[in-house]
Design a binder for this molecule. Structure first.
Ligand code: 13P
Ligand code: SF4
Length: 368
């Protein structure tokens, strides 16, 4: 059914003025923690050590570019061992990060679940800030680093904790589900979190006739189309996925009717109506592994197509992809700096973290 209402900052006359605080405080670096810069020369030893890694990305990184990145990749992998660190990378990270330095890759749900199992002292989150916050919530005793704390998200920036309180006043007793693409401050105000992998399951688990679902209006619309629960939505959108259009997809089909099209549920409904499959980034990857289409259009962030093609070179990718400017703030260079200097550390007020953790853990426990 269609969503039953959609609200945004302009719908509350008594809303506190101002935007969500997206400025990040970098925690001070403990004395003596900075390591010296390693050599970044392209040597025969580096070539030998990184050859198995190049094999993983040879279909998406030209040989001429490899000597430029391999020394940094090698240095990162050495430093990871020295620091006792693990690197978690989202599916939208560039192939040289996703396939060559990450220990664990995946969608938001997989990364959250894996964060609960990390034994290493240091987690370097290659993704956006809300993902690093989620890792810190689930593993509060670890040092969680994000190589560039300005890596935000248009969805997380669309809503504040105060907005959630106003929604609760307007709809007393209606449970609130927050997409993990929100700040810890918002997670602390809601009943449970969800990701694009489990959004319908989470909404239905509440056994309520109506649910407030925030902040993505398009994911809310997708969920509403899959359940009888009435969905009250927020006016947020992903700046990457909202730019795709149904017309764009139709032109791919007209050019080749055999093409397969798969899309992320953050896309507008006219885009999803044209897709052969809709799912989270992990569900999309699993679909490609199972179906092995000859020609494929992936309606999501560009690096996903590169990461899948690195693994499945026989699948020809047509590329109407959009880059996420926030995901692309993470680079080999700032991952190296992060490991050298232990910056930028993600910190969350402990009282707020306790409330936010509850919403994320409630979602994770639903799986079991
Ligand atoms: P996934 O949970 O599907 O990986 O999505 C995260 C995200 O930010 C998509 O834009
Ligand atoms: Fe946020 Fe969209 Fe970037 Fe995902 S792709 S991190 S939802 S801005």
């Amino acid at each position: 059914m269609p969503i039953t209402g959609i609200y945004g900052p302009d719908d509350f006359a008594n809303r506190p003025q101002g935007q969500p605080d997206t400025s990040r405080r970098a925690a001070p670096v403990p004395a003596g923690s900075t390591l010296p810069m390693p050599s970044l020369e392209w040597t025969p030893a580096v070539e030998r050590a990184t050859a198995p890694l190049y094999d993983r990305v040879k279909h998406v990184i030209p040989p001429i570019e490899w000597p430029l990145m391999a020394p940094t990749i090698h240095a990162i992998n050495e430093l990871k061992r020295a620091r006792g660190a693990v690197i978690l990378a989202h599916n939208y990270q560039a192939p040289e990060i996703f396939h060559c330095v990450a220990d664990i890759g995946g969608d938001s749900l997989q990364l959250a679940v894996e964060a609960t199992k990390v034994k290493a002292d240091v987690i370097v989150q290659c993704g956006v800030h809300f993902m690093a916050e989620t890792s810190k919530l689930l593993n509060p005793d670890k040092t969680v680093l994000i190589p560039d704390s300005r890596a935000g998200c248009s969805l997380a920036a669309s809503i504040t904790g105060a907005d959630v309180r106003l929604l609760r006043e307007k709809f007393p007793g209606v449970p609130v589900v927050a997409y993990v693409n929100t700040s810890a401050e918002v997670k602390a105000e809601v009943d449970i979190c969800c990701t694009s992998s489990n959004a319908v399951q989470v909404v239905e688990s509440l056994n309520a006739p109506s649910v407030i679902f925030l902040p993505d209006r398009y994911l809310a619309t997708y969920v509403a189309s899959k359940t009888d629960v009435k969905i009250i939505a927020w006016k947020g959108a992903c700046e990457v996925h909202e730019r795709f259009t149904g017309e764009e997809l139709r032109s791919f089909r007209e050019a080749d009717p055999s093409v397969q099209i798969i899309a992320h549920p953050e896309c507008p409904p006219d885009v999803l109506a044209e897709a052969d499959f809709t799912g989270s980034t992990a569900h999309m990857i699993n679909w490609v592994r199972a179906k092995r289409p000859r020609r494929l259009v992936m309606i999501t962030e560009c690096s996903m197509a590169d990461n899948v093609r690195a693994e499945l070179p026989d699948v020809e990718m047509l590329r109407p992809c959009n880059l996420c400017p926030h995901m692309k703030r993470i680079t080999l260079e700032n991952i190296l700096q992060s490991l050298l200097t232990l910056r930028e550390e993600v910190t969350i007020d402990p009282a707020l973290a306790q409330r936010a953790r509850h919403s994320v853990e409630r979602m994770i426990n639903l799986r079991n």
